[in-house]
Structure formats: C-alpha cells, structure tokens
Design a protein around this ligand. Structure first.
Ligand SMILES: Nc1nc2c(ncn2[C@@H]2O[C@H](COP(=O)(O)OP(=O)(O)OP(=O)(O)O)[C@@H](O)[C@H]2O)c(=O)[nH]1
Ligand SMILES: [Mg+2]
Length: 638
C-alpha cells in the first residue's frame, strides 16, 4: 500500500500486464447481511476451498478485512472485490460491510453484480440491516441465494430463521422467482454448507454449486460498443482515482480512448461536454490480488484508471457511442460535527499535522474516496463542518486521521435537519432494534420514553429474550448506548439504522449527569481520585496530565463540578509520606471516539491527538463558564 494513501481495497497489486482472459464464464455475486453475521469469514473459506492460496501459504483470518481498523474492530468498513475460480467459472465476489453507517456502500456495489448471497445468523434471524440490504437487492431484480449461517451455534434455530426470511421476502414484495431462492444451511467458521439439515455439510461445494446454478450469467454483449458504470471508487497516490464496476457491454483495452460521461438521465448524450481520455491501467480481481491486464470484456468486474473526473454513478462509454446508464444516488449525510484546529493548552505536543491548512487539505483529500462524506468550510478558517452517515462513519475518519499524526478537536454532532413540504422542520429518525432478557424490558422502555422513542413492534421469540423495535429521532439516541449497556448489565444488544425524515420532535433532555472539570493544570494524583470516586466515575488515572477545563470524570449527580485532581495529601512532620499505596481506585472509564461523540454536550469538545482522546469544556476557565451560565440564565428569564 502506498504510504499516506488510503487503504487499498485489496492487499496486493500484481504489476505487469498479463494477457486478459476475456471470455471465461463469469458469475458476479455480492455477499450481504447484517453486521457480524459472518460474511468475511465465509469469503475466507471460499478463497481457501477454491484454492486461492498456496498450500503452505500463511493467511490470517478474515483476510479481506485488510485495513488495520477493520482488523482491530473486527468489522468490515469498505466493500472489497475478490474472485475465485470454481470448475472453470470465475466467480467475482464482493464482500460488503454490515454496519448500517456503511449501507450506502452496499447499495452502490449491488449495481455491479448479478446475484446476491444473503447471510442470516441462525439464532438472531433477520435484523434491520438484513431487511435494508435485502430490500435493495430485491428491488434491483437480483436473484438471491439465502445462507442461514452459524448453524453451529448452540442457540441456532435454522428452521425458524428460514421461515422468518421467507416472511421478510413476502413483506418486501419479492417476485415468484425471488421467492424460489435456494436455501443453504452454513457455518462460515467451519466452512461447510448443506441444503438439507439432516445431512450435515462437509465443505462449501453445495454453495459453489448454488452460485453456478442460480446466479445468472452477466448479460452484456462483448461485441457492442464499450459501456461501464462506476459503482465504487478507489484511490492511489500513484495513479489517482480508480473506478470499479462491471463492464455492461463491449470490451476495453489499455490505451483505448474512451468517454466518461457526466451524471444525468440515461440515454444517448448529445450536446453535453464529457471527459475523453486514454485508459492507463486495467485490473481484474483474483484471490487477494489485483491483476493488471490488457483487455477486459463485458460481464467482468474491472478497476480502471486514467481519468480526472471519475465519480460514483458516471458512465464510461466508447467515444462514438456515448450512451449513459442510469446513475447511482449517493446517500445524504444525516449528522454533522465541527472539526476544529486544536487550541487546548496541550496542542501540538504529539501531533505531526496541527495547522488549519493541514486539517483542510486532509479533510478534502478524504472526499476522493469517502463518497458519503461532506466537508464544508465555515466562516472561521479553523473550523470545518464534516457530515456523515453516523457516529461510526465520523469516528472511523477521526481514528484514521489521528493514526496518521493529525491533531484536532471535534464538536458534539448535530443532526442534519430539512424543510418539509410546508416549510416545517424535519429531522432524521432511526429504527432501533433491541434484544434484551425479559427482565430488562421495563428499564429500556422507561429510558427510551423521554427520548421520544415509539415502540413499533415487540416480539418474543422464546428463550427468555424479547426483541423491541422502535422509531426514534436520531437525536434521541445520542448518549443512550452507554446507559443501555449499564442498565442491561451488558446482556442486551442494540442496533439502529437511518429510517427517514420526520417531524422535529422538540427539545430532548441532554445528559443527566454532570461532569467533573479539572480546575488547574498538573499530573493526576491517586489521593485526589480516591476522594472523588465515591461521587464520580473517573476518566483519568494517576499520572495522566490534565489542564484547567479538561473533563476528568462523570459526576453521579446533575450539574458540573470543578475539582482538583492534582491534590496531594497534606504532609505532616510526623509522617512525611505522600504515598498513595493504600488507595484502591476503580479503573477509569475508557473513552473511545464513538463514545465521546455520543457523550459530549454542546459546550464541550473532544480533543483528538495521536496519543490521547481528551474531553474538555469549550471554555476552559471556570470563571468564564460561570459568567456564561449566568448570562444564559438571564437570557432565559427575559
Ligand atoms: N459460531 C459461529 N461464529 C461465526 C461464524 N461465522 C462467523 N462467526 C463469527 O462471527 C463474527 C463476525 O464474523 P465476520 O465474518 O467478521 O462477520 P461479517 O458479516 O463480515 O461482519 P461485518 O463485515 O462487520 O458486517 C466473528 O467473531 C466470527 O468468528 C459461524 O459460522 N459460526
Ligand atoms: Mg465483514
């Protein structure tokens, strides 16, 4: 991977053109599912069983999750292409992310495949993201194959889940053909598939066979004029923007002069200008490699470079036949936060890139490939408004930047509102799905009420747990996850995804508890924490350094409190020891970026540096905060 460039979608590039194999039989398949249902693990096993690795090759688990953040978090962030050969057929596979923040990416890549493999966890059943991606795939007329996965789980109920998937298909108006989808029972982890539960699978042969039998061959005519839709983007510092998509018609050769049409209605483009350029490089996918080739023909998935104006949804065509394909709408962002130059007292201590110019350039560079992101300058050169699809979307960007050596501050996210038909204010709503043991249902309902959640469905699939589905303003979810985990003692799971825009829900209560704010700069002392911890949950540990206005912990009561966390025990003549050895401290709460985004209030900021994540008050000095609070009270009263 080129240093400083974004993550390559596939780990290695094989250089040097190879003769293309244009006319092999091809299948193009996307694997789609809710988060964690086992997509990437399955791709691993498909690669292995199809012989994509040498016999003695050491390959790490979930090898497609190639970027360090994906590996650390165990989730897929970017959709990625790979391909295997099975009995003379090349199967292009797209592994997709299951997290709702990246749902738009899934929607886009569906345009480059002819079939989908829908994975559903044999215990959890269809989840909100299963519904979202299945709806998109069915609406595009794609033929599904269903894999009820993780049948090795002790709590697996494959037959119940089979019924639930059929119910979902009917709900989503699947066609007869789609309802006829083959069902397989699989274990990604074991690498097995079977069509009949009575006969346990021994390998993935039944899955490969189902792909060959049920995913239609791509239709494009290789003899027609060249045409291809840009479904995803990649970027390399060496060759610039790279377009990835399926060739719809014709063939393309390195050095060909081709047209890249602007976005617009499908059909022949007559009087609009378009970019005309030579194709500099072509790659196809093979196992973990991207293979440089000379020519690619209709039906295959290709990565192509050489053009300045590559954008998702644009069409490449032969210059003499500029026929545009229907484009791809890129999803609108729903939340926005300010990225601000770091002006804390500790600014510049460990960051390599700290100036507003550097921050500006880095944020705009991100737009090369992070298509659902928006970056807007504000009146202040120190501040950029960055908008995305959710906290994880923004959190991943923040984490990536700090690893590259950037230092900056981030405000509390705001939801992006819209105006309705009659000029009324609308805000984003989310669908929230909660699985909890029955005894915690009460506390969940009680906490979600004031957050304006509306219960839309309650199901009791047995085994002592209930599944609650809510419709809730996205704002109402801010800060709820940590409460939820505490309230349900870690026994519950929650997922949410964007639903639609609805009426502004009015003011919502903010954080219930106040924070402890450090009242001076210095090193944190165990003795001081020992005195505070009965009334607070600390965010700092002895030895950490704090500054005035930095948040050191959460109080158990409402209202902020200024505290001295650097206070030493008074030394007496008799025992001249400030030893902290006898103080038993609770471990500090770990502050992750997503947690911080949900946690902070309007008058607070997250300070992000390569070495630390700190929370702070916007106004650092206690006096300034007091004055501001007084002024606000006066304003409220008048
Ligand atoms: N028991 C069991 N666990 C599995 C199976 N397949 C995957 N897992 C586990 O489920 C977790 C998620 O697996 P992944 O393959 O990363 O899931 P994914 O669908 O790619 O997740 P995202 O890409 O984040 O949406 C991992 O801990 C896997 O080890 C399976 O067949 N059985
Ligand atoms: Mg994955």
């Amino acid at each position: 991977m080129p240093r400083g460039g974004p993550v390559a979608r596939v780990s290695t590039l094989v250089f040097g053109p190879k003769p293309g194999r244009p006319d092999v039989v091809i299948r193009n398949l996307a694997i789609i599912a809710h988060v964690d249902h086992g997509k990437t693990t399955l791709v691993d096993k498909m690669l292995r069983q199809a012989g994509a690795f040498r016999a003695n090759q050491q390959v790490q688990e979930r090898v497609m999750d190639s970027n360090p953040l994906e590996r650390e978090r165990g989730i897929t962030i970017l959709a990625k292409n790979t391909a295997v050969h099975w009995h003379g057929t090349k199967i292009n596979i797209v592994d997709t992310p299951g997290h709702a923040d990246f749902g738009g990416e899934v929607e886009r890549i569906l345009r480059m495949v002819d079939g989908v493999l829908i994975l559903v966890d044999a215990a959890e059943g269809p989840m909100p993201q299963t519904r979202f991606v299945t709806r998109k795939a069915l609406a595009l007329g794609l033929k599904p194959i269903v894999a009820i996965n993780k049948i090795d789980r002790a709590d697996a109920e494959p037959l119940r889940v089979h019924d639930e998937v059929l119910g979902l298909f009917i709900d989503l108006d699947a066609t007869h053909d789609q309802l006829d989808a083959p069902f397989l029972y699989t274990s990604s982890r074991a690498g097995t598939a079977t069509t009949d539960l009575a006969q346990p699978g021994t390998d993935l042969q039944p899955l490969f066979q189902a792909i060959l039998d049920h995913v239609p061959e791509p239709k494009g005519d290789p003899a027609g004029p060249f045409q291809m839709l840009v479904s995803t983007l990649d970027y390399s510092t060496f060759i610039g923007r790279i377009a990835i998509g399926r060739i719809e018609r014709g063939r393309v050769t390195v050095g060909d002069q081709v047209a890249l049409l602007p976005l617009g209605e499908p059909g022949m483009v007559t009087d609009e200008p378009f970019e005309r350029n030579r194709v500099t490089r072509l790659y196809t996918f093979d196992g973990l490699h991207r293979v440089e080739v000379n020519e690619v023909a209709a039906g295959d998935i290709v990565a192509l470079s050489g053009f300045e104006t590559i954008e998702i949804g644009k069409t490449f065509t032969a210059v003499e036949h500029p026929e545009r394909l229907a484009g791809i709408a890129v999803e609108e962002p729903t939340i926005s936060a300010d990225f601000i130059v770091n002006n804390s007292p500790f600014a510049g201590r460990d960051g390599k890139f700290v100036t507003s110019r550097q921050l500006h350039d880095r944020l705009f560079k991100e737009l090369e490939r992070n298509v659902a992101l928006r970056v807007e300058p504000t009146e202040s050169p120190d501040t950029h408004a960055v908008s995305g699809r959710g906290e994880l979307h923004l959190g991943i960007l923040m984490e990536t930047m700090r690893r590259e050596g950037y230092e900056f501050q981030v405000s509390r996210p705001r939801v992006i509102t819209k105006l309705g038909r009659d000029g009324e204010r609308l805000e984003p709503y989310e669908e929230l799905t909660i699985d909890v043991p029955e005894e915690y249902m009460g506390v969940v309902m009680e906490k979600l009420g004031p957050r304006r959640a509306e219960l839309t469905e309650m199901r009791n699939p047995g085994q002592g747990t209930v599944r609650l589905t809510f419709r809730i303003p996205a704002r109402g979810l801010f800060g709820y996850r940590s409460e939820f985990l505490t309230d349900t003692r870690g026994m519950g799971t929650m997922h949410h995804r964007f639903l639609d825009y609805g009426p502004w829900a009015g003011p919502l209560a903010g954080r219930k508890r106040g924070v402890l704010v450090a009242d001076r700069e210095g090193a944190v002392v165990a003795y001081a924490l020992g005195n505070l911890q009965e009334r607070a949950q600390m965010f700092v540990a002895p030895g950490d350094v704090v500054y005035e206005g930095m948040i050191a912990g959460e109080s158990s009561r409402p209202g902020d409190m200024d505290v001295n966390v650097t206070k030493e025990k008074k030394l007496t003549n008799m025992r001249a020891s400030g030893s902290d050895e006898n103080i038993l401290l609770e471990p500090p709460r770990e502050i992750t970026l997503e947690y911080a985004l949900e946690y902070i209030e309007e008058d607070e900021l997250i300070e992000v540096t390569p070495a630390s994540i700190r929370l702070r008050k916007r106004m650092l000095q206690a006096n300034d905060r007091k004055k501001a609070a007084r002024a606000a009270r006066v304003a409220d009263a008048s």
